[in-house]
Design a protein around this ligand. Structure first.
Ligand SMILES: [Ca+2]
Ligand SMILES: [Ca+2]
Length: 265
């Protein structure tokens, strides 16, 4: 006897014991909100207003565990990438590129810097960077640093520097960081920040005589790579403003300050 094809398909769909696990072995349907990030910890733009605040713990182990929404282009993209996220305890930064390797040329004169502002928008603190050899930069409008973290590419020196209103001095603590290959990651304690916001400026330099340069700044249009003469320093245009209560991914354009024209939403 011949049955219509539709009937055969119906029988096949209803066949078998429904008490058995799914034959294909797939996990039950994911019940997370539709805007849940793929790692289940941070949320994509959540434009509907729902969602949880960003909280993603990075293991400081030298292995890149940042997500796409925590990845930033730099002034040296695609050669160098920056990464930022945070949880209740730390802000986490990561950098990837050839000059993060301890074996890179001039490793003893190359640095990764992360300047932090405890009250972004108020312009309190240092509005110019500390000078290295003949280079320094000026901070973006509204940004003034109370601290900066530095990591020498050869791995011999990492420190937290504190601004006293006129000069910088090393903190007694050593930053938590790890390096492997062309990658470095570090934790910046949230205890430094009394409020719900933080400002962040990151970039690299080479202070080697005859090869001085400033490069790999977070936000690819922040400045043009090259020598940043202290007498005519590069003026950085933007910083990352972190709102610890926000559910927006760290790389959201809404976190870039001062906001690029037409992107302040
Ligand atoms: Ca890691
Ligand atoms: Ca400040």
């Amino acid at each position: 006897m011949r049955y219509p094809i539709a009937f055969v398909l119906f029988v096949a769909a209803c066949g078998g014991d429904n008490n058995n696990p799914k034959l294909d072995g797939h996990a039950p349907t994911d019940s997370r909100p539709i805007d849940a990030h793929r790692d289940g910890t941070t949320l994509v733009d959540g434009s509907g207003g729902g969602g949880s605040a960003v909280s993603h713990t990075i293991a400081i182990d030298g292995t890149d565990d940042f997500t796409a929404g925590e990845t930033f282009a730099t002034t040296s993209s695609p050669t160098f990438s920056a990464y930022v996220t945070w949880d209740a305890v730390n802000i986490y930064i990561g950098y990837a590129g050839p000059d993060l390797a301890t074996t890179t040329s001039d490793a003893g004169t190359k640095w990764l810097f992360a300047y932090v502002d405890v009250d972004p928008g108020a312009a309190t603190g240092a509005t110019v960077s500390q000078r290295y050899n003949t280079q320094q930069i000026t901070m973006p409008a509204g940004f003034g640093a109370e601290h900066y973290f530095r990591f020498k590419s050869d791995g011999t020196l990492r420190s937290q520097e504190n601004y006293n209103g006129s000069d910088w001095a090393s903190d007694a603590t050593t930053p938590t960081s790890a390096n492997a290959g062309m990658y470095t990651e570090a934790a910046i304690p949230r205890a430094l920040f009394a409020g719900n916001t933080a400002g962040l400026v990151t970039y690299m330099i080479n202070e080697q005589d005859g090869a001085e340069s400033t490069f790999a700044g977070l936000y690819n249009d922040n400045f043009v790579d090259g020598y940043s003469d202290r007498t005519a320093p590069k003026a950085l245009l933007h910083y990352l403003r972190i709102d610890f209560t926000s559910h927006l991914d760290p790389d959201s354009g809404a976190n870039e300050e001062p906001s690029p024209i037409g992107a302040d939403i």
